[in-house]
Design a protein around this ligand. Structure first.
Ligand SMILES: CC(C)(COP(=O)(O)OP(=O)(O)OC[C@H]1O[C@@H](n2cnc3c(N)ncnc32)[C@H](O)[C@@H]1OP(=O)(O)O)[C@@H](O)C(=O)NCCC(=O)NCCS
Length: 259
């Protein structure tokens, strides 16, 4: 039990170190990272909540908010290696569900759409978002309602998200919409593309086709140059490459025959 707790504590600290380039040591994370401290207090408050000790759970959560500026309801469900960077102003609602390896920045709300309207009918219903594994939510973003943000999706800073987000999508703006980003796919996950056609996330199919054609022209030109060079080196009395159009045809044919 103690060993498992120590392991999970260590993995939370390591998650912080992996995801914050400013973190220099484990001790620094423990002493100076409100996100880490808030998660530790959440684990405690959540254990109380699940045992039915609701008031003490809420009280620990309130103390955590005073100490860290991060408010996590003890009824929320949070997976391993959760990382909150900076943290001030983060709010995680009662029925929020958070997968593993999720990252939130300061000022993020995982909230209800209109908790103050007809509050009684909303009690004990799912009204906060679900964030699947690997989601990153940028600073100031508001994710509202019982929606699902798909695996490894990214929510831009200050976005307001009120609809489901697809796996791996990046959404920005108010209301949040999916965007193409400049980030190239990881090499291991990148699909094979014949002739090195650039993937480059080019959204326009015409631009993509033109890019492919330009590549083809370039490779043909390189080949013609090589063939012409071969013809000039033969020393068989023919004129050097590029001497005239009719000669070009002849040279090409001869060189072709040699291939
Ligand atoms: C959303 C985000 C992850 C995208 O990053 P990226 O993959 O590098 O994407 P790009 O920079 O290629 O942006 C793609 C498009 O979305 C726009 N965009 C990016 N972030 C945006 C945002 N938060 N709000 C509105 N538009 C945004 C870009 O201007 C670009 O638009 P364009 O194609 O018309 O030029 C990033 O911009 C972001 O908001 N990260 C949050 C980080 C954060 O909170 N940091 C705080 C640390 S303390």
């Amino acid at each position: 039990m103690g060993k498992a707790m120590f392991k999970s504590l260590r993995s939370e600290i390591d998650a912080t170190m992996q995801r914050d380039p400013a973190a220099r040591s484990r001790l620094e994370v423990v002493l100076c990272y409100p996100g880490f401290q808030a998660i530790m207090l959440y684990r405690l408050s959540s254990a109380c909540w699940r045992r039915g000790w609701h008031l003490i759970g809420r009280w620990i959560s309130a103390v955590g908010r005073i100490l860290t500026g991060i408010e996590i309801h003890p009824g929320a469900t949070i997976g391993d290696r959760f990382f909150i960077d900076h943290g001030m102003g983060v709010v995680v609602g009662e029925t929020a569900e958070i997968g593993e390896d999720v990252t939130l920045y300061q000022g993020v709300t995982l909230g209800g759409v209109s908790p103050s309207v007809d509050s009684d009918s909303q009690r004990n219903t799912k009204r906060h978002p679900t964030l699947l594994d690997g989601v990153i939510v940028g600073s100031g973003a508001q994710v509202l309602g019982p929606i699902t943000v798909g695996r490894c999706a990214r929510v831009g800073a200050n976005a307001v998200v009120t609809k489901d987000v697809a796996d791996c999508a990046t959404v920005v703006g108010i209301p949040a919409r999916a965007v193409q980003t400049q980030k190239a796919p990881e090499p291991a996950k990148a699909p094979f593309v014949a002739y090195g056609t650039p993937t480059g996330n080019i959204p326009d199919p015409v631009a993509r086709a033109l890019d492919g054609l330009l590549d083809e022209v370039q490779s043909l030109r390189a080949r013609v140059n090589a063939l012409e060079g071969g013809g000039a080196d033969t020393g068989n009395g023919r004129e050097p490459a590029g001497a005239g159009d009719e000669r070009d045809d002849e040279t090409s044919e001869t060189a072709e025959g040699k291939c």
